[in-house]
Design a protein around this ligand. Structure first.
Ligand SMILES: CC(C)(COP(=O)(O)OP(=O)(O)OC[C@H]1O[C@@H](n2cnc3c(N)ncnc32)[C@H](O)[C@@H]1OP(=O)(O)O)[C@@H](O)C(=O)NCCC(=O)NCCS
Length: 158
């Protein structure tokens, strides 16, 4: 169990570590080039939690005119169920409120029960389905939304 993990912003210099982590966590993943371009252009931000000098959890998101979108979130298998995703989500929710974001959006595979439980815990609610959305498994995407104007983050959990 990590003691008081810190959330840090990741940059282009972290890309090799980030790519290794992403490949470990997803069968279908973004290329290094997609990350590089997005980071260089400020299209999205990536936050991470490190252990032994490299990221073991990360969250990629964008904020455009009052709307936040979670693009990617993953935790290395050896570091799951230790509250790292919750830590990242809590930081993001605080940041969104500071930035006066009004709504947050994300999509998640229908079968991804851990992620769905996590998102629900942070106030996201399902508002739609995109059929056979994902290129790797052709699974449906469940579309989730969070209304920041009326929502408070759970404070009692790590
Ligand atoms: C989903 C994922 C990010 C969760 O990361 P994590 O650090 O293990 O999650 P946390 O320990 O912070 O758990 C926070 C909450 O998420 C939910 N959760 C996490 N893992 C869960 C599991 N295996 N089963 C059910 N609920 C789970 C629970 O509500 C949990 O709260 P609790 O511990 O009080 O019950 C991680 O399993 C992962 O990386 N999965 C593969 C990548 C992925 O699917 N990303 C999401 C793409 S949309």
């Amino acid at each position: 169990m990590m003691e008081n993990p810190r959330v840090l912003e990741l940059g282009v210099q972290d890309l090799p570590d980030l790519m290794r982590l992403e490949q470990r966590c997803f069968s279908y993943h973004w290329s290094e080039e997609q990350y590089r371009l997005g980071l260089e252009r400020g299209a999205f931000q990536v936050w991470g939690v490190h252990a032994h000098g490299s990221p073991v959890a990360y969250l990629a998101f964008s904020i455009v005119v009052g709307e936040m979108e979670i693009l990617n979130l993953a935790v290395h298998p050896a570091f799951r169920r230790q509250g790292l995703a919750a830590k990242l989500m809590r930081s993001l929710m605080t940041f969104c409120r500071e930035q006066k974001v009004e709504q947050g959006f994300l999509d998640v595979k229908r079968s991804n029960h851990p992620a769905i439980a996590l998102y629900r815990r942070f106030g996201f609610e399902q508002y739609g389905v995109r059929k056979r959305y994902y290129p790797d498994t052709k699974e449906d995407a469940l579309l989730f939304r969070c209304d920041f104007l009326g929502h408070t983050t759970p404070a009692s959990k790590p």
